[in-house]
Design a protein around this ligand. Sequence first.
Ligand SMILES: O=C(O)c1ccccc1N[C@@H]1O[C@H](COP(=O)(O)O)[C@@H](O)[C@H]1O
Length: 202
Amino acid sequence: MTGIKICGLTREEDIYFINSTRPEYIGFVFAKSKRQVDPHKCKRLISLLDSDIKVVGVFVNSCPKEINDIVDYCKIDIVQLHGNEKQEMCNDINSKVWKAFRVKDKYSLDKLKEYKVDGYLLDAYDVDQFGGTGSSFNWSLVKDARLDKEIILAGGITPDNVQNAIRETNAQIIDISSGVETNGIKDFDKIKTLIERVREIG
Ligand SMILES: O=C(O)c1ccccc1N[C@@H]1O[C@H](COP(=O)(O)O)[C@@H](O)[C@H]1O
C-alpha cells in the first residue's frame, strides 16, 4: 500500500481532521516557510495526534544539535533534511533520516548513491525555494533510476495527478503540501479526495 504524508500542518483543526482521515505520516516544517512551526507549537499539535500516525520534522540546513533537541522535545519519528546537508551530517541525527534531493534532470539522481539514509525524498528543483513549491519534475526519471531505498515522492502532487504519480514512479510514499491547500490553508476536501484516490490504487 502506498504511504501518504501530508506536510505543512499548522493548526489544531488540521490535526483533528488528520486523525479522522489517517494518512501514515504528517510533516511539520521547522525551516523558514509560510508553514513554519516552532517546537512548542509542534509539541502541542503532536499531543493531539493519534499515536499511530508518524511525525516527520522538515529542516533546511540546520545543525544536528538543534535538530536532535527538537526531535527529543517534540518526539519526532523521522527527520527530513531538505537542504544541502552532506552524509556526515545525516550520521549525526538521532532518528530515521529522509534526505531530500531536488531533481532537475537525470544527473540529479547520481548524488543519491553518496547517501546511506532511511529514505530518498525526491522533490522538484526550484532556484529560489528549497521545498513546498507546488511544482513537479519529470517522474519518468524515478522508475528508470532503479533506486534501492524507500522513495518518497514530493513536489506538485495534487488530488488530480496523484494516481499518475504513483503509477509512473512506484514510490512507496507520496508527500503533499501545496496540492492540498487553498489560499495557503490546508483544504480538508482536497485532503479527503487525495487520500481516497491513493487508497483506490492500494
Ligand atoms: O513546505 C514548505 O514550506 C517547505 C519549506 C522548506 C523545505 C521543504 C518544505 N516542504 C516540503 O516540500 C515538498 C513538496 O511540497 P509541495 O507539495 O510541492 O508543496 C514536501 O516534501 C514538503 O515536505
